[in-house]
Design a protein around this ligand. Sequence first.
Ligand code: FAD
Length: 391
Amino acid sequence: PFEPLASDFYSYESLLDDRERAAIAELREWLEAEVRPVINGYWERAEFPTQFVKPLADLGVLSYAWDETRPFPNSAVFRGFVAMELARVDASIATFVGVQNGLVTGALSRCGSDEQRAEWIPKLASGELVGAFGLTEPLSGSDSAQGLRTTATRDGDEWVLTGAKRWIGNATFSDLTIIWAKDVEDGHVKGFIVPTSTPGYSATKIEGKISLRPVQNADITLDHVRVPESLRLQRADSFRDTASVLRLTRAEVAWAAVGTAIGAYEAAVRYAGERVQFGRTIGSHQLIQDLLVKCLGNITASIGMVVRVSELLDAGEQRDEHSALAKAYATSRMRETVAWAREAMGGNGIVLDHDAARFFADAEALYSYEGTREMNTLIVGRKITGTAAFV
Ligand code: FAD
């Protein structure tokens, strides 16, 4: 049965219908039983729990966005609550899903031909294949709209891809990676479905991360990687198409940021009810209550924003600046919230056992990936002033 979250203070979950609430309850139960007890160990060892891919698929989480055969339509609001629920237990699992089901399936769905969609999406939704999304490069992060160095050269019925990618999530164990590269002839960015077994493709894990440690981010080298024209995303003609995928996933990162904030806040509330100092639980001290209330204020304001941005998407009215504002705002409030939650737990706030430390560290990656706060701010600034400050 579905239990409302105390941290959803204004009952936004009441926007979900009974079937959606049942799906969230099922997901929540699985996350609490299977993920929460073991995830800190995976975090410490910087390993991804690959055994969770199949159960996530079985729960429907890898097909919520795009599988039109599911028995109920998946609204953006519902998908947002799924992202929030995942991140509330672990932001790395939420990130895995965001890559597999958001970026990769999203790119295929928006930019692939009917044949490409039919061939690849069901295998990603069932967890049979794992995907990665390769846009960022060693020399091009925020400026990837114009700065990509990876090239695509047409050679008869094939394309030759050469270059390097950096930070690519899931890429150490993905079966396919969507590679975005600049066509040397027309200068436009095009997308390619690259099976990772293709000669010339290699991926090396980025070591030493202090955030989202279970997520396997990789440096990719593309040394004359040959793919047939049939693996070029047929409806991706320019970076505009890449950006249309990012607009959707950015809004889901905003939801995941709210989930991350909630995860830290709930850990702090639990701790404040148990830890005794000066003869009383710390939760009965005024200044700890102040920290908890500030956290709840941030969470409540952010949920209102992400719900609305998803409603705009469901209504076909979401624009780049809408998701950019939600991502910049929700991740900023998340960053404050995880720090206050950690603070409320004193020394135990910085050890993994009490959960807040993991959310605190993971917040940093969410704050910077899929467009940094600065870049998302500039997208909104362009809308307000009519002037792009970043070209
Ligand atoms: P830079 O672009 O070098 O930016 C450095 C700083 O300069 C930032 O603060 C930025 O905001 C600021 N800055 C840059 N330009 C301006 C400007 N014009 N005005 C003001 N400030 C500016 N990418 C993928 O393609 N696929 C993935 O799966 C993926 N997963 C990721 C997972 C993690 C954990 C991380 C950390 C990153 C991931 N990324 C991925 C890459 C991510 O999207 C980039 O890190 C991000 O876009 C920022 O690029 P950058 O790191 O190169 O920073």
